[in-house]
Design a protein around this ligand. Structure first.
Ligand SMILES: [Zn+2]
Length: 245
């Protein structure tokens, strides 16, 4: 092999510095809460990232065990477990089961109104903050408009967005939205405790190879109990869980 020349070494050094600067800029752009991010990464690395077929029994046993403990009724009679992504688009004959959430015209899926109220009440009691909704239910027309305005990198094509089912909400608190949401106590609480209310962080950190979407700490998705608990504790995504549910 040819020995690295001085010029090669300089080029390599420049490349390494370039990569480090880019990574630092990316992190500053995301503006994470360092302690929270670190603990999430450690937790995620202890969870299994790949669920193999041999896990089916374990998942089912866990699901039944939690079901038995919590005595949940009518678990699959609503739309809560619907998988929506680029490969599983919303059927043309689908109608979202909607409830008006507030006077501003915000709608969400009827199966989750109680759960969201409970989450936002707890947030208010614990932190004195209102948990606001940036985006709830969207019609196909609204999704198309968003897609046309923002493009495919930040908005899904109509039919591939969970917002059209009314099961997803983009949430924030005063002064803390987007990635900054994680800098607030509320954002950290929502990210680590929302499973107790039946919600999951639908696009978790380090899972974009499975979900196709980068980490979105503000996008919560209702799947119901015990599913949210299993998904959270197994450290898996809805894509992986839906195969067994
Ligand atoms: Zn969203």
């Amino acid at each position: 092999m040819k020995k690295a020349t001085k010029k090669d070494k300089i080029l390599i050094t420049i490349a390494v510095i370039g990569i480090m600067v880019t990574m630092t800029l990316c992190l500053f752009h995301i503006k994470p809460d360092w302690k929270y991010m670190l603990s999430s990464i450690v937790t995620a690395s202890f969870h299994s990232s790949d669920v193999s077929l041999s896990d089916t029994d374990e998942l089912q046993t866990m699901s039944y065990k939690i079901l038995a403990e919590k005595d949940i009724e009518n678990i699959s009679e609503d739309q809560s477990l619907m998988l929506v992504n680029k490969n599983n688009t919303i059927p043309a004959n689908f109608t979202a089961d909607l409830t008006d959430y507030n006077e501003d015209g915000l709608k969400m899926n009827s199966c989750m109104t109680k759960a969201f109220k409970s989450l936002s009440d707890d947030v208010f009691n614990k932190f004195g903050e209102n948990l606001y909704i940036m985006s709830g239910y969207r019609t196909a027309e609204e999704q198309l408009e968003l897609y046309n305005n923002q493009g495919g990198s930040t908005a899904e094509i109509p039919g591939a967005s969970e917002h059209q089912t009314g099961l997803a909400l983009d949430v924030y608190v005063n002064n803390y939205a987007g990635y900054g949401f994680l800098k607030s106590e509320t954002g950290q609480y929502v990210n680590s405790e929302c499973w107790k209310y039946g919600f999951i962080i639908r696009y978790p950190m380090l899972k974009s190879d499975i979900t196709g979407i980068d980490f979105e700490p503000w996008h919560i998705r209702y799947v119901g109990i015990p599913h949210a608990e299993i998904i959270y504790k197994k450290g898996i995504t809805l894509e992986e869980y839906a195969v067994y549910a």
